[in-house]
Write a protein that binds this ligand. Structure first.
Ligand code: MG
Length: 355
């Protein structure tokens, strides 16, 4: 499958862009812009809303681009789980309801299907050897893609009970994979299949030996996860608010202790009501970049937090942003899974993790 520029333009001319723009006409954050990329650009990028003068992440002469929206029946329904594969020269991400992962090639921007039968994978990351790690909803497991293209199942159960539906992961320098298991993939058929929960919603640490240990059991829906650049802190998103407004929509900050094998503490780092965040990534300065949405159009985008918890800035997008990743050779290009589109913007910041 390959999406031509012509088909892309034809599809937007047919009305998709027109519908989106009408609700935001004259928008000061530029959400109603011509997303085909054909319109002239005026700098600085207006999508940035800076809350705190300490923020330096907005690159004044770079523009927010929608680098992919698909065409016709090839459009995505719900994008998540981006991973930057610099050695492959591409971005990988999930289109969960369509049971596939997609690949955007940086050389010419074409998008093709990387994998069907993806197990309805959600999050992706890379281990310390650069191998792709997939968190699968339907098959309820973690898999690793080997250098020859085969897959190795890393974990699918704990103490004889099936995992719920792993969602996201972060890799520690010791090779352990810390992953969340909120179970969204077994709530219904859209992103997996309906099944009974056999285990609580948790955060696990999967040791390189294959042994898993429970690290967090106190969160409603542990979801996005990332380490601070010094690996002394672990940020875990709680998207409990999907179950009702009485539940959390925040990030919990833990101290990583015992040589990286355990956590202590667990205090609220930031709250995201209305709406909630999902995927998060740290830059090399320790700022936390968070997808945001579900609280109305003015929560659609990427919110950046200082390590002290302060909200520094917000990048407005026209769609809900679930997950994000830093990519490009310098890891200074932010790739955003925005519901049915992929957005990208060069920033004055460098991503901490490999992918
Ligand atoms: Mg997630």
């Amino acid at each position: 499958m390959e999406f031509s520029r012509r088909s892309f333009l034809a599809a937007t001319a047919a009305g998709t862009a027109a519908v989106a723009t009408s609700a935001l006409a004259g928008d000061k954050f530029g959400r109603d812009r011509d997303w085909t990329g054909e319109a002239p650009v005026t700098y600085p990028e207006v999508a940035w809303e800076v809350y705190d003068k300490r923020f330096s992440g907005a690159q004044g002469n770079s523009t927010l681009q929608r680098i992919w929206h698909g065409a016709g029946n090839d459009r995505a329904l719900w994008c998540e789980g981006p991973a930057w594969m610099g050695d492959w020269g591409c971005l990988i991400w999930s289109d969960i309801p369509n049971h596939r992962t997609l690949r955007w090639s940086e050389d010419d921007g074409h998008v093709s299907v990387f994998q069907t039968e993806s197990g309805y994978s959600n999050g992706h990351t890379r281990d310390n050897q650069g191998r792709l790690i997939a968190m699968e909803h339907d098959t309820r497991r973690l898999r690793r893609r080997e250098y020859d293209g085969t897959w190795t199942v890393l974990i699918d159960s704990f103490q004889g009970k099936k995992l719920n539906a792993p969602n996201d992961a972060a890799v520690h320098p010791d090779g352990s994979i810390w992953f969340t298991d909120p179970g969204y993939g077994i709530l219904g058929p859209y992103e997996g299949h309906k099944a009974e929960f056999e285990l609580p919603t948790r955060v696990y640490r999967l040791d390189p030996s294959g042994k898993a240990t429970v690290q967090v059991e106190s969160m409603k829906r542990p979801n996005g996860i990332c380490f601070s650049p010094d690996f002394k802190k672990l940020y875990v998103v709680d998207t409990g608010a999907t179950d009702g407004p009485q539940y959390p929509a925040n990030i919990i900050l833990f101290d990583v202790v015992k040589n990286g094998t355990a956590l202590s503490g667990g205090k609220e780092f930031a709250d995201f009501r209305p709406g909630f965040t999902d995927g998060i990534r740290c830059d090399t300065e320790g700022n936390v970049w968070c997808g945001w949405g579900w609280g109305g159009p003015d929560t659609n985008g990427v919110r950046v937090h200082h390590p002290d918890g302060t909200a520094l800035a917000f990048l407005h997008t026209p769609e809900v942003c679930a997950n994000l990743v830093f990519g490009g050779t310098k890891r200074n290009r932010l790739f955003i899974c925005g519901s049915t589109s992929i957005y990208a913007v060069y920033v004055n910041a460098v991503g901490h993790a490999l992918g």
